[in-house]
Design a protein around this ligand. Structure first.
Ligand code: GLU
Length: 306
């Protein structure tokens, strides 16, 4: 039996879009008899108290997780084992570029737009030594391909850019792409469901999995929640977190119902949605959220509940 997962970054409360993705990840996992794991991606962008708030939010939705919760900040040696494994295969190189250097570098011929231009890939030992005096190095993957294909349940076969991406940041922390791949593989996660802004990262991650000797998971990148202007849902959009919505007297179960309705699923309970769940009939368009309307829509239910 494999597993699916939800992997929030504790950078603030989960908003409606994150909660909808969590429900989808649960539906995908449970409808395929997989375990459902929770991982806190706290190598970066951590806000104090956010993890506890997120756990409470997930619990109030009624989502149940299996297994111990993993926290990336407690797993650093595991990521560095993978770094060693890649180093032994000569698949890493130190990179001294700043973001600005990369933005200003002429891209290599045939390189995809935005791809790392290869500046530090073939520096001589003397050049490395000189640069190391000026700036700490990040470690990048010496990619042997320029693209890689993965399978996504919603997007189908998807081929995307693989460049020499960063595996260890120049502050010494493992990069997101490395930690995700290592964690998914070692946790037995073979189904990755997350928002579709990460679809373009999946080829890099799938390729890295193969270099580390792991199977590439099956992916399902689900549509994002956007505000009425087509931007990613954010705090400025109003009552977008569970806490803000429930302050208006709305019950979390009614929020679950709205999220399930937005997915075209029966909204009486998570269990009813699970029974009807079929990935093929999921909406493929972003979910446009107008928080004021959601609260308005939920208020009559709130008074009914009293
Ligand atoms: N931690 C990431 C986020 O909250 C998700 C990473 C993933 O699902 O691979 O956006």
């Amino acid at each position: 039996m494999g597993a699916g997962r939800f992997a929030p970054s504790p950078s603030g409360p989960l908003h409606l879009g994150n909660l909808r993705t969590a429900i989808l990840a649960w539906l995908f996992a449970r409808s395929t008899q997989r375990d459902f794991l929770l991982r806190i991606e706290d190598l970066d962008r951590v806000r104090s108290g956010a993890e506890a708030a997120q756990l409470a939010e997930l619990e109030s939705l009624g989502l149940e997780f299996d297994g111990p919760l993993l926290r990336q900040s407690e797993r650093l040696p595991i990521y560095f084992d993978a770094v060693e494994q890649l180093k032994k295969q000569d698949l890493l190189f130190p990179c001294f570029c700043s973001r600005k250097d990369i933005a200003e570098a002429a891209s290599a011929p045939h390189a995809a737009p935005g791809a790392y231009p290869g500046t530090c890939r073939d520096l001589s030992p003397a050049e490395r030594e000189a640069k190391a005096k000026e700036r700490p190095a990040a470690l990048r993957l010496r990619a042997e391909v320029t693209e890689f294909s993965i399978h996504d349940q919603l997007a189908g076969d998807y081929t995307g850019v693989v460049d020499d991406f960063v595996l260890v940041r120049n502050d010494g922390a493992p990069a997101y792409n490395l930690a995700v791949v290592v964690d998914d593989a070692l946790s037995g996660i073979d189904q990755v469901v997350r928002a579709d802004d990460l679809l373009s990262s999946a080829p890099r991650q799938g390729y890295l999995a193969t270099l580390l000797g792991h199977d590439v998971p099956e992916y399902a990148h689900v549509p994002l929640a956007l505000n009425a202007k087509g931007q990613r849902l954010a705090k400025r959009d109003g009552a977008v977190t569970l806490e803000e919505i429930t302050e208006h007297g709305v019950h979390p179960a009614d929020v679950v119902a709205i999220l399930l309705e937005s997915l075209g699923l029966p909204s009486t309970s998570l269990q009813a949605a699970l029974e009807a769940f079929d990935p093929v009939s999921l909406p493929r368009e972003p979910w446009i959220v107008e928080p004021e309307n959601i609260v308005q829509q939920l208020m009559p239910r709130a008074s009914r509940n009293r």
